[in-house]
Design a protein around this ligand. Structure first.
Ligand SMILES: Cc1cc2nc3c(=O)[nH]c(=O)nc-3n(C[C@H](O)[C@H](O)[C@H](O)COP(=O)(O)OP(=O)(O)OC[C@H]3O[C@@H](n4cnc5c(N)ncnc54)[C@H](O)[C@@H]3O)c2cc1C
Ligand code: SF4
Ligand code: SF4
Ligand code: SF4
Length: 403
């Protein structure tokens, strides 16, 4: 019998059901957009154990099987090591947390890395000096493979584990493990959703053709000074011919932010809320300038939410490596949509795919986001180049929140 009532559009591709099924009845499949989903393909082997339904984070989110907790405070965090901030998407919270876990003794660190070109997979490293590939956000779906089973084996052997991933992956791992472990630290992030891997690969192919050389490396988030201001949303391409290219507000990233190619399940994500299932939630502290004018999100400022006692214990442990400031919890909500709810469906995805039938991914995105020339858009463009204090002042005069 099919106990997985999750249709493809509601499946987040966590692969927990595939990993838990004792009789290998369920397969991991990929749709035309490269998104993973699961399917009962050998119903004749099913022994009706219902484990697949029990571990599904999309079915079980509101069943009471998972504890959702809200942090007491919002904490801004910037790694004291400038090189780590440069090599991270945000303020380098993940590296500091991994270092703190590693300081407690032998540990296994799981996270998402590019592997075989531009496929994103969860991998495990056994030392802080090996976390390089896990650093930085890859905004496409990551394949957890058999990592949940590996985590369980390590924990059963009494080993220490740090697992980082999307909130749905963390929920799936908790359901898969069925009990708490002292030596397990679970870290998620405020998650806007994951992009479709096939659109990402097509974009990189097209950029390779445009610049006459294959893209060998791509980074979604590079730190860059822009006149008087900073940006942490520029993308970096490294081509086979050795050349590099930095693009501020790269079209793929712009389309990702606008959910043109977001996984369908993300639009009804039950984990897009302030209450969390992880020990620690990481995010970008967008809007920190409005809370603390001495900080600027563009330089890379992390938001840390310590949701559990274990999370708060690790927050203390990272204080030697990070510049931390506490604020009332509500301060982080204005700049962080996924803590308030999932992004609603609108017609944007359909419009993008229609445009992408005849245009490149970049042209399709640009055709949809181009703003008509107006005084307002010109003023906003000029403001991007102003020093942060002047920007805050100008927005205050206009009675708006700085962005
Ligand atoms: C798909 C996605 C959507 C996000 N959406 C938002 C958002 O809307 N708002 C916001 O404030 N922050 C969002 N983040 C989080 C943010 O981009 C940073 O990853 C986070 O703040 C940690 O940054 P850092 O500097 O501490 O560490 P980094 O070194 O940048 O941390 C990277 C961490 O992210 C994990 N990771 C990277 N890619 C993936 C992936 N594809 N799947 C699972 N885990 C991954 C790694 O395992 C590692 O733990 C998102 C991240 C991802 C991957
Ligand atoms: S009920 Fe059990 S055996 Fe059947 S598909 Fe689900 S996990 Fe596999
Ligand atoms: S357990 Fe994960 S992969 Fe399986 S149906 Fe549920 S969401 Fe999809
Ligand atoms: S938005 Fe929700 S469903 Fe989508 S990847 Fe993030 S946690 Fe998973």
């Amino acid at each position: 019998m099919n106990y997985l009532k999750t249709t493809k559009d509601l499946c987040c591709g966590c692969m927990a059901c595939v990993q838990v099924c004792p009789n290998k009845c369920i397969d991991a499949l990929k749709d035309e957009n490269g998104l993973l989903y699961s399917k009962l393909v050998r119903p004749g082997n099913c022994i009706d154990c219902q484990m697949c339904a029990h571990v599904c984070p999309m079915l079980k989110a509101s069943s009471g099987s998972l504890k959702f907790l809200r942090a007491k405070n919002a904490v801004s965090a910037v790694n004291k090591n400038v090189e780590i901030v440069k090599g991270s998407s945000s303020g380098g919270a993940f590296s500091a947390i991994a270092k703190a876990v590693a300081k407690d003794g032998e540990c296994y660190i799981f996270g998402a890395a590019f592997s075989d070109g531009f496929n994103v997979r969860h991998i495990c490293v056994d030392g802080i000096e090996k976390i390089g590939p896990l650093m930085k956000s890859k905004y496409v779906q990551s394949d957890t493979g058999k990592s949940f089973a590996d985590v369980r084996n390590f924990l059963k052997e009494g080993r220490r584990v740090l697992f980082s991933g999307t909130p749905c992956q963390i929920a799936a791992l908790k359901l898969f493990l069925r009990r708490d472990y002292d030596k397990l630290l679970l870290v998620d992030f405020s998650c806007h959703g994951v992009a479709m891997p096939a659109v990402f690969k097509r974009y990189l192919d097209e950029m390779g053709k445009k610049y006459g050389s294959r893209v060998l490396q791509y980074s979604f988030r590079e730190k860059m000074r822009r006149f008087f201001s900073y940006s942490c949303v520029s993308s970096k391409f490294t081509f086979e011919n050795g050349k590099t290219l930095m693009i501020f507000k790269d079209p793929f990233f712009q389309g990702f932010v606008r959910a043109f190619y977001k996984m369908e399940a993300c639009h009804s994500c039950p984990y897009a809320r302030s209450e969390r299932v992880s020990d620690i939630t990481m995010a970008d502290f967008w809007g920190i300038e409005n809370v603390n004018p001495n900080q600027e999100a563009g330089k890379g400022v992390s938001l840390i939410l310590a949701n559990t006692d274990k999370g708060r214990e690790y927050l203390k442990k990272i204080s030697a490596d990070m510049d931390l400031h506490e604020y009332p919890f509500e301060c982080c909500l204005a700049g962080n949509g996924p803590l308030n709810g999932p992004l609603k469906r609108d017609g944007a995805k359909a419009r993008f795919f229609e445009a992408a039938r005849t245009m490149t991914v970049a042209d399709a995105v640009n055709s949809l986001i181009k703003r008509p020339h107006s005084l307002k858009s010109l003023v906003l463009k000029i403001m991007e180049y102003l020093p942060m204090r002047m920007r805050i002042f100008a927005f205050k005069v206009a009675g708006k929140q700085c962005r």
